[in-house]
Design a protein around this ligand. Structure first.
Ligand SMILES: NC(=O)c1ccc[n+]([C@@H]2O[C@H](COP(=O)([O-])OP(=O)(O)OC[C@H]3O[C@@H](n4cnc5c(N)ncnc54)[C@H](OP(=O)(O)O)[C@@H]3O)[C@@H](O)[C@H]2O)c1
Length: 258
């Protein structure tokens, strides 16, 4: 497929590099107005441009990775070149209804919510479309399965997907940072503490996904009765570990809906 990503920022750049590295037979173009800032993408075989309409006529898929307030202007600009294409919008908060009203007709419109780990083939991507377009989702779902995991969801869960899957990257990183800081306090230098904390989080995730297990099943394997793990874990829960995470995720969702 010919994939044209409009908005080569944090997300657009990460998705472009992921698709270039983990999918075959696709050609990728990324645009942003300050094209100098995406010159590094060329080393992955990605074409870059400052003009959104350049080459867009031959694209099969247009991925929107711009800010919500830029959507209408950009769509007005590219509308004459869009006929028959799949428009995949990663823009949070802009609904299928709004997008379909702007570009509906011969185009298939889907919403995607990837995260920046797409760059390393490890995004959790949620995808949704109107019922009439669900059958046409497959190429997008296949594409994002190659840069991680793609899940098709109801659009009403898109805000929740943004919080759990996209904001979730920051939540997971803050967990690792806290572990690292604790590691320093119990004797490691910063570099070693980070290496141990990050690899331990990666290892826990690998086990969870490979064994298709519930977290508590694996926790049972590392908690010896009266041992140090359960003592630490329960102390964290007394201090509100799970509760603060749940509250934070609910606060993010409330904020996104404002
Ligand atoms: N970051 C994430 O983890 C993440 C995850 C999921 C979804 N999202 C969504 O993805 C969208 C982009 O987020 P982001 O974090 O990547 O923002 P960002 O880093 O600010 O990227 C937006 C990019 O759009 C470019 N842009 C602005 N106007 C343009 C135009 N007229 N034509 C072409 N490019 C244009 C900007 O570059 P120039 O100013 O140089 O044009 C900028 O590079 C947002 O709607 C966000 O909600 C982000």
């Amino acid at each position: 497929m010919k994939i044209h990503i409009i908005g080569g920022g944090n997300l657009g750049g990460a998705v472009a590099i992921g698709l270039a590295q983990f999918t075959l037979d696709n050609t990728i173009t990324v645009t942003r107005r300050n094209v100098k800032l995406i010159e590094h993408l060329q080393q992955y075989g990605i074409a870059i441009a400052a003009d959104n309409t350049k080459g867009i006529a031959v694209a099969d898929v247009i991925i929107l990775a711009i800010k919500p307030w830029q959507v209408d202007t950009v769509l007005d600009e590219v509308l004459p070149h869009l006929s028959g294409k799949i428009i995949a919008s990663a823009v949070s908060g802009v609904t299928l209804g709004h997008l379909n009203k702007k570009v509906g007709g011969t185009n298939t419109v889907v919403r995607i919510m990837p995260n920046i780990a797409a760059q390393y083939g490890a995004s959790a991507t949620c995808i949704s479309a109107e019922a009439s377009d669900i059958a046409k989702l497959q190429p997008i779902s296949d594409l994002f399965d190659k840069v991680g995991t793609a899940v098709i969801i109801d659009e009403k869960l898109m805000d929740a997907a943004t919080v759990l899957g996209a904001c979730g990257t920051a939540f997971a990183l803050r967990y690792i940072r806290a572990s690292m800081q604790a590691g320093i306090e119990i004797g490691f230098d910063a570099k070693t503490a980070l290496a141990i904390a990050a690899q331990t989080a990666l290892g826990a995730t690998e086990m969870l996904l490979k064994e298709n297990a519930h977290p508590e099943q694996l926790i049972d394997k590392v908690t010896t009765p009266q041992g140090c793990t359960i003592a630490g874990l329960n102390e964290m829960e007394h201090e509100g570990f799970s509760s603060s995470l749940i509250k934070g995720i609910k606060t993010s969702l409330k904020k996104i809906k404002e």
